[in-house]
Design a binder for this molecule. Structure first.
Ligand SMILES: [Zn+2]
Length: 353
């Protein structure tokens, strides 16, 4: 009998010990910008944490237990506890940003608190590299009215820079801000050096068929989507021939290795950006049929940066030729591009990509 009591006493003592480091409560708070989750614990428990996109892991250094009242709500999608690893996993409905996790030590009559501050918006600046095609001795296409592609691309590039600068969360860099020659590979180098989040190369097309008009958008592909796209890629890649460096002539083996290295993800991201561009242009600008095309542009081979080549219209078409040098049109075009880029990043943030 005495033994039995001993056991009971031991059991109560043991339970108290085991459950004294209990996670009792989750509390949620927020103002417009900042969100907060507070974890109330019975005692101060040392912990490590890891943050990855929409997941926070809190790894406790001593054993804890979770009160059954602790439930996911508000921005939290789920809470799970990995008992053997003593790891609490908080999964959020969306990616979280600017996360700050800290401990407020237990005082008399208060719980020990682990505070998680975060935002749902990414305040990190995105770097956009805009590449006005051609320049210097490489004029690009010469239009019906002798307008040069290199001047149009620079003009739109400079307008885009101003417009992006007005958005607080973008850094914008132009590969050239003046009329000078720049090798294709140096254009992508600028994007890499600056850790660009996206790369947009601006061009204006020329076609034997003077009726062809409208905007077309190209992303990198091993194979061009049609003969015209292939010919266009050859023309644009030829830029470097002027300098005596033929990048387009790199052996197909090298090209295919480069393409293999290109993460499929990057190509998907480029296509995603194209979709937002088409959405922004649609109904208000002329689009070439099958607006999204694929070609092996040297300037798009930046491997891991989502990149799109924008052919803003045809200098061989009388309507497009006039529009491309019209400042109102250039501004409208730039507005749509900015809109599409903002939507692209919003979508990425929302969808945890
Ligand atoms: Zn061009």
């Amino acid at each position: 009998m005495i033994n039995f009591f001993k056991f009971i006493i031991f059991f109560i003592f043991y339970c108290n010990q085991a459950y004294s480091d209990e996670l009792v409560n989750l509390r949620f708070g927020s103002n417009e910008e900042k969100k907060r989750i507070v974890l109330d614990l019975k005692r101060d428990v040392p912990f490590d944490h890891r943050i990855d996109k929409n997941i926070i892991e809190i790894i406790f250094k001593t054993k804890i237990s979770i009160n059954s009242k602790v439930k996911a709500k508000e921005n939290l999608d789920s809470i799970s506890f990995d008992k053997p690893k003593n790891k609490l996993v908080l999964k959020f409905k969306r990616n979280i940003f600017n996360t700050n996790i800290y401990l407020l030590k237990k005082k008399q009559n208060t719980y020990s608190r682990i505070v998680i501050d975060f935002t749902l918006k990414n305040n990190k600046k995105r770097t956009i590299v805009i590449d006005p095609g051609h320049g210097g001795k490489d004029s690009g296409a010469v239009g019906l009215y002798k307008n040069l592609e290199k001047n149009i691309t620079l003009k739109v590039g400079l307008i885009l820079k101003e417009k992006f600068k007005k958005q607080t969360n973008f850094n914008v860099i132009l590969t050239r801000e003046k009329d000078f020659f720049l090798k294709l590979r140096n254009r992508t180098k600028i994007a890499k050096k600056n850790n660009a989040d996206i790369f947009l190369s601006l061009h204006a097309d020329f076609n034997k068929n003077s009726r062809a008009r409208g905007i077309s958008l190209y992303t990198l592909s091993e194979r061009a989507s049609d003969k015209e796209a292939a010919a266009l890629a050859r023309r644009e890649n030829r830029s470097d021939l002027i300098e005596g460096v033929d990048l387009s002539g790199e052996s197909s083996e090298v090209t295919s290795i480069l393409l293999d290295l290109t993460k499929r993800d990057t190509l998907n991201q480029s296509s995603l950006l194209v979709n937002f561009l088409i959405k922004a242009f649609k109904n208000e600008m002329n689009l070439l049929q099958r607006t999204h095309r694929y070609a092996g542009f040297a300037v798009l081979k930046s491997l891991d940066i989502p990149s799109v080549l924008v052919e803003m219209g045809y200098l061989s078409n009388k309507y497009d030729s006039k529009l491309l040098v019209n400042e109102n049109y250039q501004k409208k075009l730039a507005d749509k591009i900015v809109k599409a880029v903002i939507e692209y990043f919003n979508w990425k943030d929302k969808n945890n990509i």
